[in-house]
Design a protein around this ligand. Sequence first.
Ligand code: PLP
Length: 418
Amino acid sequence: MQMVATLRHTRASVRLLDRDDPLAEMRERFFLPRGVIYLDGNSLGALPKATPGRLNEVIQREWGERLIRGWNDSGWIEAPQRVGDKIARLIGARPGEVIVADSTSINLFKTLAAALALRPDRRVILSTPDNFPTDLYMAQGLIKQLGLGHELRLVRSDELEESLTDEVATLMVTHSNYQSGLILDMPGLTRKAHEQGALALWDLAHSAGALPLDLHAADVDLAVGCGYKYLNGGPGAPAFLYVARRHQASFSQPLSGWMGHAQPFTFVPNYAPAEGIARYLCGTPTMLSLAALECGVDLLLEADMARIREKSLALTTLFIELVESRLRRFGLELATPRDTVVRGSQVSFRHPEGYAIMQALIHDGVIGDFRAPDTMRFGFTPLYLRYVDVWEAVTRLRRILAEKTWDQPAFKRRQKVT
Ligand SMILES: Cc1ncc(COP(=O)(O)O)c(C=O)c1O
């Protein structure tokens, strides 16, 4: 690992880390606004330079000239599988186990429905109260829809293992927590779930493209993930879902739209699911967004995930050390694990005035985000962040705290997206 060994960092010593960074050149492959330090790639990834050209090609040549023929002649109809297979390489899945479709929320609904159908005698979905809310909301909606008396049982993440009993149909958890970045033990919890006869459904929204994953080694049953975060697919990019091949034929998901039909263009009145992962499609793929997502995924495939992880941990460690050494007197409370083994690619600090401080920081060109009630969240994306950006972000944060520039009504007014 590139070492961030000493607490006596200086701007000059941090610059040396950039000089020796094997991923440094990847930064040139992204558009990044001048003067902005972007610490929010965990919410919306930056724009790859390849994307506008590719989108222009899809719009002008494929759509504009080929029109409807694009579905066959430009490979649009295969895009969900093709991009799914590429994502599979990032998460340790096999070809034919991942497909791109819909949003993470909708994919969670489809895969959770599959998991519950595969365990018809059980009624418990096990999760954590600090799971991303949409996962819990979708489970609640599905439970209501099924009307079979399922229970969403929420326990603290350190109680998951002991709570995996033979009542549990599905463990449904997020690998890297959206607030704290805490990573759960995917192989261990999946093994325990299987020992109890349960299935394991993992949300990889904050993990895919951020750290190496091996769904096969962990024997994961089902998974979902986001296209617009570390995969750099653009705002509202389609999401992906994974179903282990061994489960694919056992169940057809409830959103039985025509694109998941065995033969959509026979237009028969009765639904018959497609073979394999294609049955997890519902409607027509969002082709423009899918083309943008493919650019982001292609870029990640050029970089080595192990190197990405090394740099991610070096960046987050540097940030924690700088905040704790240079900003000690300002009452920021670390909400992210110090242990790098269980730390995702983000760092969160809690502060009662976290919202206003983050707004002031964004105003000053350092973009992170805020998660209620009091968490300032900073995402670290090794493909386009430099160590000197971390230094500069902490310098600006220190100025804002020292001069109390955050203490203005403009920075306290809540926006719709925080
Ligand atoms: C863990 C997790 N799951 C799901 C989502 C939301 O997914 P979508 O908006 O694609 O449905 C998010 C969004 O931030 C998330 O962090």
